[in-house]
Design a protein around this ligand. Sequence first.
Ligand code: GDP
Ligand code: MN
Length: 427
Amino acid sequence: MLSAVGKRCCQRAGLSAAKVQIRNLSIHEYRSSQLLRDYGVGTPRGEAATTPEGALKAAQDLKTDKLVIKAQALTGGRGKGYFDTGLKSGVHMISKPEEAEKLASQMLHHRLITKQSGAKGKPVSAVYIVERVNAIQESYLSILMDRSTKKVLIICSSEGGMNIEEVAKEKPDAIKKFYITPSEGVTPEVAKKIGAALGFSKEAQPEAADTVKKLYKIFTERDATQIEINPLSEIAGDPHHKVMCMDAKFGFDDNASFRQQEIYSWRDISQEDPDEVIAKKAGLNFVKLQGNIGCLVNGAGLAMATMDVIKLYGGDPANFLDCGGGATPETIKKAFELILSNKKVDAIFVNIFGGIVRCDYVAEGLVNASKELGVTVPIVARLQGTKLEEGQKIIEESGLKIYSFEELDPAAERAVELANAHKAGKV
Ligand code: GDP
Ligand code: MN
């Protein structure tokens, strides 16, 4: 449920999905490569390591001096990225195992900053050492879900590699699209057309078509939301493959995690936002956003409505937070901690509907959390439902400056006013 809700809530709040983390599992390249191999897809031989000594051994095991070392961090554009230490590029061509050891010590546990990683970059949790194959053509292929046509969309281009974004902008004709009807899958005809559109030589096209079919099989069998192969290369001089996936980016649907346990066991939480990891553990549905009004709501629908109303009054939510049916004093405190860990927050808007959960219980949680955490930003609490009066009484008697409301509109309006005032240093 997380992914769908997160996505929808952000769209409703007028935010582009790119600005927030969508709950789709990403896996490291070395895991993706193993998955590809399991389906018989060509990929360079390789081995991952988490220590410099391991990197040396991995490089030696490959028994070749034509090697590539690749930083494993869940972000794209590694080749053109740089490290927080100043080291350039997360992908290095090397020719001695000792170089793998040295570069691994410079990459591991440092942060790699790329165009896609955000300013802080991503920590490098492993390195992947692969044999350097002779790529004579670099193409691009991705498989995605297309909502508007309700079909699977395969995008490909003969101009793959590290500049695909520029190709898309400057030469849109070089990008070809193929819509796949789920009941038909990738037919031999379509596979052949895609094989040709990739710009490979005649000799490599049958394997390219076969690769497309296999990738589509992975996409459907493994509940992927996205597969991106860039580059998908034509290889010269390899005894087994004329086509290889040189890099792979996978996304998997969180709704399917129960039946994709192997893939979900590959989750690397060091790559995720620590606050969102804490939230998930506490059973809170939490997505960080860019505004300054912290929200604490029970129910995903109400949480979305709350964000809409904040927007309507000219405010901007700092997060989406649905504490579900579990609005206990403990979860409220955890939620407050998460909201306040964001230093940009200028007000907290609590919108709880007391159905199963009672307002007096929620009020008690609110009062305790504000006292224990020494909250200094204004809190607006809109409570409704069971034991409302008792709840209001608890808030009043606490002596804390919690602004209590029964209706949503005036509460949201006040929250926006107070956030603006706090930002201007007036409250
Ligand atoms: P990204 O920058 O995160 O997309 O990382 P990639 O894994 O795509 O690596 C960046 C680039 O390195 C690729 O686009 C290739 O051009 C190049 N590359 C990676 N592995 C090999 C290899 O085995 N042989 C050759 N010739 N080039 C490689
Ligand atoms: Mn790539």
